[in-house]
Design a protein around this ligand. Sequence first.
Ligand SMILES: [Zn+2]
Length: 806
Amino acid sequence: MLAAVLTAVVITGLCTVLGLAEETKVELRRDYNVKPVSFSMVRIADNFWTPRLETSRKVTIPYAFKKCEETGRIRNFEKAAGLMEGKHEGIYFNDSDVYKVMEGAAYSLQVNPDTMMRLYLDKVVKIMAGAQWEDGYLFTFYSIPQRQPKKLWTNVQSIHEQYCVGHMYEGAVAHYQVTGDRAFLDIATKNADLICEVFGEGKRTDPPGHQEIEIGLCKLYRVTGDEKYLGQAKFFLDQRGRRGSRGPKGNGRLYGKYSQDHIPVTEQTEAVGHSVRAAYLYTGMADVAALTGNMEYVEAIDTIWKDVVGTKLYITGGIGAAGGNEGFGSPYELPNMTAYCETCASIANILWNHRMFLMHNDAKYIDVLERVLYNAALSGISMKGDRFFYPNPLESTGQHARSPWFGCACCPSNVARFVPSVPGYAYAYKNNDVYVNLFVSGEATIETVNNKVKLTQQTEYPWKGTVNISVEPERSDTFAIHVRIPGWARNEAVPSNLYRFHKPVREKTTLNVNSRRISPSIENGFVSIERKWQKGDTIELNLPMPVRRVIAHQDVKSDRGRVALQRGPIVFCLEWPDNDGKVLNLVIADDAKLKAEYRPELLNGVMVITGNAQVVKRTMDGDIVPAREKQFTAIPYYAWAHRGRGEMMVWPARRPQAARPEPADTLTYRSKTTASFVHVSLDAIKDQILPESSSDSSSLQLDFWPHKGTTEWVQFEWDEKHEISSVKVYWFDDIGRGECSVPKSWKVLYRDAEGNFKPVNNKTSYLTKKDTFNEVSFEPVKTNGVKIEIVLQDRWSAGVQEVVIE
Ligand SMILES: [Zn+2]
């Protein structure tokens, strides 16, 4: 099968210049086995994606450009071009955001010629041309306020010059393909020529700290046919994890796992480190493998893919479990509330899986792609198109909300370039055969090797599984149409044992050709209908869409005793507005009846799942018991966080022990609680959920970060006086990951009859032990107020996991 990657091809690029068309032909020695059908040849007309594409064009892209202006990202180029004075603004890799939005704008122009957007792009390209140095260098962080030739390339591990220009190449190729204008492409090739001069055998040999240029260089190669760029992409891949002379002085060290620079890429078998870097790396390896025929890369990414899909993929398709390294955790380490699932990582995961499909023509990669697309990726942007998630957690107590922008704006700009490209994932072809990968209403024109096939899909996907496809080949001919039968319709939750459906679906997928039932076998996730196709032929596919319960592999600790709801490709979540404000205390029993219904008024029209759940409560003895029944409503995960902050969860409990019960009515819980400062959650200190250790942040804590060396307090008040004689505190401490440690000292005060806070007469000492309660007992006081005063260590912040007052 691998040898099939090595087919020689001729790529024909059709350039449409706002109505003008120009043909460019570049001969490549080889490329992917299967060819994608460009988004420009796919016209989507449905109720799901069309509004998203329109919003992207009308809101997100102009909004992102506006933000690039406001935040100085465009000014940086103007300053570098000498058009204005001033210092570089923002983060050193901010150039990349401008390139990404330009790429999105180009894609958008292809589908909707918009003179203002075209003129704006021309203007920015001109500024960039002015900012580029004669030798091709362009990176505004080093070109402002004046040339700083000594600093160039001095820190390619962290300063991201190559990451930025990688995005430049992608933007430039898109701009050229759409407009036919070489202005941006010339900037890119001039820069890439410089990169080829600086980095190579016998020159600088250190790889970029953040991958991306490899993908950009492959695109430059595809559009120019210049093998130098392909060779350079391969060179960067091969330097990763290789010891020897690296860096400006030839003594540089490996960057380590974080940048996938611990061992050579061909020896890597597990997904490690920063997940965006990783998925861009695997995407680049796929591209170079397809273009050069290097089988070692293919073997490596096949193995890494199995590792990700088998142990590191969220049910939403997100990747990246930990915020600390913005990256992969250990196998099965998939926490929900603290899930990272960066929006960029979702996009990178789609790019990678798309290429894996093109290489292996197996639908399992599209299964993963579809899961990411409809869930983790779509969650990254609001329906109105101007609010963004960076991490996309699977559970919330209300601490999460989409933001208008970020200082590090990689995610919004990535969304801006990604959404317009979505139609490009729907179809593919190989020789004269056609692949239908995604189900979406609209038309596609597919130029196969000997024919031109127009396919028209009619479907209400993702809400309904009926898909009608009409086939119009330009010439009647015998060829195969491969229609993807999604894993979820074949009782396969994911192409691994990481998740499984609780019960198999009984209704069968049916397929008709010209109204005649056919039952071809499914191979590699496709039914292949080979026949003599002629105009007017039809395919009717019916994918049953019952509500499915998904269960995670037992080693995924965070999902034990829990269930996720899925219907078709959509993963659902329970969110507070539909559930009287609370969802974390619910248990959905395995035999609870679930119903799906479409609500046109809700969240731009969504399918919801309803059913009965038990609300569970903690008793004073600490048991967890069902308290009452409640009807619940689940919405698509992508649609959460549009109605204010509050509780949300993708994995509700199916067993009481896995829920967050309503706390027992203890003295501590009943108090009115305040604090000098709140980071994360004040309620967490009296939620009666005990952490596994002081460093466990999954149970949430109150901490005072970023305060250090200060004196903080937490106060508990009641309407009536109570006799109190002990206070227990479980300290939070995330040394090694964060900046909280146990405090320097602490004491308990109570409110006396005059209303003043006075220290209690303690009988035991104030301890600061980790991983356990620190109890102080004191002479009983009758009071309506208790205050815990906490003195932070000079260079550390501190936090509290749980408090018990008795
Ligand atoms: Zn990002």
